[in-house]
Design a binder for this molecule. Structure first.
Ligand code: ADP
Ligand code: MG
Length: 567
């Protein structure tokens, strides 16, 4: 390359490289999956760009990935004829981590966590995983549509810096050469590479090819010099996974495909693959991840599905097809109902999009319902994404009852901070005569659990849900009923235990109230303006007094959120 220049990696890249090399050693074969995944993405992007401008193919429209090795030199090469990169692209993509919040996240990791492959995997290990097996990586690339002279060569040993220079490159697309470390030379092997392609990249739609060289033999069986002919053989299945019939796809293939679309490192919890024909025509393959991406709560965090129209890749993260409270769902949508030149702007207005969104929402909720039959796996899901799903009843009133069935709570039934009780569980345990579902919202689990408001409920053996997530008060303001029973905050308004109270008790309470009229008056005078009313209560059995909010008053948690928002 000419006019070379050496630049430093962004600090985050240095940290990530260091962590990755240390934590992913035992998974190091995944480098190949990552490079093929990128090469396939690059082919998808070129096909998309060429919809408008055929010339971008530069006469070579047979998109493909090629893998070669040289066991003497100890190199593996992954090449594609996809979109390629300009100099600016290279610096941005192979020198920085663009995702917001990365620096904070990396800084928070403790020493122990740094060794945890799963945590590192949250970034999608991506291109940088090359450095787990290579001590020198060379990237040669040219963006489709640019002149041959605008090729770029990037080199790095994966330490602090990289070198970038200009390159004359006839072909568009990207070639990545890994100079394998001494202890990773095993990868420069035909058989090993073929196996890895089949294991990780069978489902990739573009063909992944490897060379086979044949030499002619003379009559005596000796190789004829100069007669070598190299043919490129397709090693993977090379059809889009979601197009294949369900019964022909193994779990391992579904999992491998998940890793490709989600850029996630670990297995999904479950998936749902559906072909729909009729008024709407689409195929969807949706996954529930096993762990949260680090940017789950970032405003601009990636969400949505990968969108294809008639098998042509259109865009990543098409967020119009799922509601916000299902933003953790990953997968692909392939439809005939949209035009190939659909844009994000058009998606916002197209009435078909709304219909598909509604269908995918139902599918996702169904998938979660099925998952909930497996209590242990569902708990993993709930602990990871439960507080996101709690946004559902407010965002999607049409599916409120379905979502309510998926919620899990802490409760006085277990008195444990683990949220593992469903509303249906609660209803099943309701006392005879009990008409309402009771809950309490507090700042923390312990505050909820030891609230004086619970005394009477504990005494009478009536279960109360213990809510303490930030979102809970918001959730309960939208969830007023389940299975025909109203949900009632025990810290608000008049306490009505329904028929669980008997007449005699009521009478006794009324009597006490009359006896204590003087006391109530004095307390009222002493507290003056700071309270609305002082009453005798039978909520309490041990504590002498408690503060109760009027029925329709905003709760403490909500007030604090509003205050923090400056209102
Ligand atoms: P991710 O694939 O999750 O975006 P990677 O680290 O794997 O992250 O890749 C970073 C970026 O580098 C990609 O998003 C892409 O823009 C670019 N890139 C990597 N490999 C290629 C390639 N073969 N062709 C074109 N661009 C590539
Ligand atoms: Mg990638």
């Amino acid at each position: 390359a000419t006019r070379e220049e050496t630049l430093g990696f962004q600090t985050e890249v240095k940290q990530l490289l260091h962590l990755m090399i240390n934590s992913l050693y035992s998974n190091r074969e995944i480098f190949l999956r990552e490079l093929i995944s990128n090469a396939a993405d690059a082919c998808d992007k070129l096909r998309y760009a060429a919809l408008d401008n055929d010339a971008l193919y530069e006469g070579d429209s047979e998109l493909r990935v090629e893998i070669e090795h040289d066991s003497d030199a100890g190199t593996v090469t992954v090449r594609d004829n996809g979109i390629g990169m300009s100099r600016d692209d290279v610096i941005a993509n192979l020198g920085t981590i663009a995702k917001s919040g990365t620096a904070e996240f990396l800084q928070q990791l403790s020493g122990e966590q740094q060794k945890d492959a799963n945590l590192i995997g949250q970034f999608g290990v991506g291109f940088y995983s090359s450095f787990i097996v290579a001590d020198e990586v060379t990237v040669r690339t040219r963006k489709a549509g640019l002149a041959a002279g605008e090729g770029v060569e990037w080199r790095s040993a994966g330490e602090g810096e990289f070198t970038i220079g200009e390159l004359e490159r006839e072909a568009h697309g990207t070639e990545i050469v890994l100079h394998l470390k001494e202890d990773a030379k095993e990868f420069a092997d035909d058989f090993r590479l073929q196996n890895l392609v089949r294991k990780y990249s069978d489902h990739i739609e573009v063909p992944v090819k490897m060379p086979r060289t044949e030499t002619a033999k003379d009559d005596d069986g000796n190789e004829v010099e100069g007669s070598e002919v190299t043919t490129w053989e397709t090693v993977n299945e090379a059809t889009a996974l979601w197009v294949r019939p369900k019964n022909e796809i193994s779990d391992d293939e579904y999992k491998a495909f998940y890793k490709h679309v989600s850029h996630d490192f670990s297995d999904p919890l479950t998936w749902s693959h559906n072909k729909v024909e009729g008024k709407l025509e689409y195929t969807s393959l949706l996954y529930v991840p096993g762990r949260a991406p680090f940017d789950l709560y970032e405003r601009d965090g990636a969400r949505g599905v990968k969108l294809y129209v008639q098998r042509v890749f259109i865009m990543d993260d098409a967020e119009q097809f799922l509601p916000l409270y299902l933003r953790f769902i990953k997968g692909v949508l392939d439809t005939r109902d949209l035009s190939l030149n659909v844009s994000r702007e058009i998606l916002q207005q197209d009435p078909q999009v709304e219909k598909i969104k509604s269908a995918l929402t139902k599918r996702s909720l169904d998938m979660l319902k099925k998952l909930s039959k497996d209590a242990e796996t569902y708990q993993t899901f709930w602990n990871t994404f439960g507080s996101v799903l709690k946004e559902g009843p407010g965002e999607d009133p049409g599916n409120r009852e379905n979502i309510a069935g998926l919620l899990r709570f802490s409760s006085t039934h277990t008195d444990s901070a683990t949220q593992d009780q469903s509303l249906a569980d609660y209803v099943e345990r309701m006392k005879e005569g009990q008409q309402k579902i009771y809950y309490i919202v507090a700042d923390g689990f312990n505050a909820a659990k030891s609230s004086p408001h619970l005394e009477i409920f504990r005494k009478k053996g009536i279960e109360v849900l213990l809510l303490s997530d930030r979102i809970d008060e918001w959730l309960m303001s939208h969830l007023t009923e389940f299975d025909g029973k109203s949900l009632t905050d025990v810290a608000k308004g008049e306490l009505d235990l329904g028929d669980v109270e008997d007449e005699e008790e009521k009478k006794a309470q009324e009597e006490t109230a009359r006896d204590k009229e003087d006391l109530v008056k004095r307390v009222q005078e002493a507290l003056g303006e700071s309270v609305q009313e002082v009453k005798v209560t039978h909520r309490l059995t041990d504590s002498p007094a408690c503060v109760v909010l009027p029925e329709h008053e905003m709760g403490f948690q909500m007030r604090r959120i509003m205050e923090a928002a400056g209102q």
